[in-house]
Design a protein around this ligand. Structure first.
Ligand SMILES: Nc1ncnc2c1ncn2[C@@H]1O[C@H](COP(=O)(O)OP(=O)(O)OP(=O)(O)O)[C@@H](O)[C@H]1O
Length: 139
């Protein structure tokens, strides 16, 4: 299977609770190589751009407010079958439905404060990676 990349972002609840280190450890132990990483704060406008695909959904305003409520840790990750394997590692969007041992089962609090994001396709992984890391060298 080909090595490829995905994009992830540790969300404000998990960063504020001091869980970034534990989550990064799980990601590395699952075999993902960190290609790029930083700590950043999204404005509500930038959060709205990131989640523009959800603009018509009823939770959009709350999602943008929440995603700009504290620091986040965006990363580009590399592994064989990265997008699908990472979705498995993070678990279901709703933490009550997430499998045992997944990041969301361990760290998510609710549907919105669900600890982590993972891209859902190779195409979106590339778009989301550029959103945070455009113009930076990657290695
Ligand atoms: N019904 C909902 N109520 C509140 N927040 C929601 C709801 N559905 C989705 N969200 C929020 O919007 C984010 C994006 O929704 P999406 O359906 O793309 O889920 P996902 O792909 O599991 O999550 P992500 O894109 O963050 O990895 C979710 O992670 C969650 O934080």
């Amino acid at each position: 299977m080909a090595t490829n990349r995905t994009f992830t972002m540790i969300k404000p609840d998990a960063v504020a609770d001091g869980n970034s280190g534990a989550i990064i450890k799980m990601i590395e132990e699952a075999g993902f190589r960190i290609v790029a990483m930083k700590k950043a704060l999204l404005t509500q406008t930038r959060a709205g751009e990131f989640y523009a695909v959800h603009a018509e959904r009823p939770f959009y305003a709350d999602l943008c407010e929440y995603m700009s409520s504290g620091a986040i840790v965006p990363m580009i990750l590399e592994k064989e079958n990265a997008v699908a394997d990472f979705r498995k590692l993070i678990g279901a969007t709703d933490p009550t439905k997430a499998d045992e041992g997944t990041i969301r089962k361990l760290f998510a609090k609710s549907m919105s404060a669900n600890a982590i994001h993972g891209s859902d396709s190779d195409e979106n992984a590339a778009i989301e990676s550029s959103f945070f890391f455009a113009g930076l060298e990657q290695f």
